[in-house]
Design a protein around this ligand. Structure first.
Ligand SMILES: Cc1ncc(COP(=O)(O)O)c(C=O)c1O
Length: 396
């Protein structure tokens, strides 16, 4: 069998269960009715952010020309990292080209047993992970060769029970979770998790991809909250927060906010940082501007949260199941892949773009149409969405 035949066979298998993915065009003029975009604050098209990107590119060039450890360490990166650290209320920050890269390589570096065992040998950490963590977090665990100890989604009692089982262990303990779950649209009880981590002397690694810009004080993420347990973990250097610039920030790339010493460790040992060209200066300029703007958008964030509450109430009345959602991400959980594709197509025909999210991105039989709300959605758009949803439910 050659590669083309093997690929075709694999694609046919995926298609059998309506699980095959295809790339579709995303015309700019249909953004108003788009519930598939993660541009929650509609910053991607904002003129002053695009302009700031241009200005930075004009000054520093279109590309960084190399890894930060070689030719790429332009001063705009260090400026942005100071800005991110301040934004996140952290000691230091390190910037990456994508969120996937930051997680896959940054978390893998944190889990690397050579970090924990001193000069001889090494000690494999005990890694406690939420069952519904993003693929990039799983990838990091695989890359580091650690076995995940999975706790039930957002179940802090289960996490505590699992940690308690290892009280006697001298292995380091690391807890990994998202703060806003991208496919469920629910919130991690961050303060409770911080208290549990402190009691068990565990390091916390949080992914704020969907929280950055929308949740926490002035949209700085839930990891930026002030709380005695969080402050104590920060003092220990046990509070490591990753987030992306690709969603509410409206650009691309990611950060890890952490202690200065852990940043220096990542600069040396994080493969996605060491062996990858630094992000484009355009990205750096645009992100810097977006981070200046975001704290001032409390009114927009408030409106987004109200719109999400209203939408959930209305779709519940139509008989839809929104799962655990209590954020600006509202999944319509329909179960089978077929039903999910049918609903997505139905909405598409009504001019509304959504994402069909199917296993393995979500658990088996939990396929869903994901509605990502943004500040550009008007009342007319919501009315059109509800009208289309009502007619689908009636027809099934
Ligand atoms: C929770 C989470 N983490 C990380 C990522 C990856 O971020 P990026 O798209 O910037 O690579 C995503 C993107 O879907 C995500 O949802």
């Amino acid at each position: 069998m050659n590669l083309s035949q093997a690929s075709q066979q694999r694609l046919d298998l995926l298609a059998q269960d309506s699980g095959k993915r295809v790339l579709l065009p995303c015309p700019l003029n249909q953004r108003a009715f788009d519930f598939s975009s993660n541009d929650y604050l509609c910053l991607a098209q904002r003129a002053d952010i695009v302009e700031a990107g241009h200005e930075c590119a004009k000054k520093y060039g279109a590309g960084a020309t190399g890894s930060r450890l070689l030719s790429g360490n332009l001063d705009c990166f260090e400026q942005l990292e100071s800005q991110v650290a301040q934004f996140k209320n952290a000691e230091a920050a390190l910037v990456f080209s994508s969120g996937y890269q930051a997680n896959a390589s940054g978390l893998a570096a944190l889990l690397d047993k050579s970090l924990w065992g001193g000069v001889v040998g090494g000690t494999e950490p005990l890694v406690f992970t939420d069952r519904l963590n993003h693929a990039s977090l799983h990838h990091a665990c695989q890359l580091a060769g650690v076995k995940q100890i999975r706790f039930r989604h957002n179940d802090m009692a289960h996490l505590t029970e699992l940690l308690d089982k290892h009280t006697e262990s001298r292995q380091p303990k690391i807890i990994v979770s998202e703060t806003v779950f991208g496919m469920e649209g629910d919130l991690l009880p961050v303060e409770q998790l911080a208290e549990i981590a402190l009691q068990h002397n565990a390091v916390v690694y949080l992914d704020e991809a969907h929280a950055t810009g929308i949740w926490g004080p002035e949209g700085r993420g839930l990891g930026a909250m002030q709380h005695p347990a969080i402050d104590a973990l920060k003092t220990l250097g046990h509070w490591v927060i990753m987030g992306t610039f690709s969603k509410a920030v409206g650009v691309s790339g990611a950060y890890i906010a952490c202690s200065e010493i852990f940043k220096q460790y990542l600069v040396n040992r994080c493969t996605g940082f060491v062996y990858s060209t630094a992000p484009s200066p355009f990205v750096i300029g645009a992100v810097g501007k977006a981070l200046e703007i975001i704290p001032g958008l409390n009114k927009e964030r408030g409106m987004l949260h109200t719109a999400a509450d209203t939408l959930r109430n209305q779709v519940h009345k139509l008989g839809f199941d929104t799962g655990l959602s209590n954020t600006h991400i509202v999944p319509l959980v329909v179960g089978s892949n077929n039903a999910c594709l049918e609903l997505k197509t139905h909405l598409q025909q009504a001019g509304i773009r959504t994402s069909a999210v199917r296993p393995p991105t979500v658990p088996p039989n939990a396929a869903r149409v994901r509605l990502a709300l943004n500040t550009g959605h008007t009342l007319t758009v919501y009315e059109q969405l509800l009208h289309a949803l009502a007619s689908w439910k009636v027809g099934t």
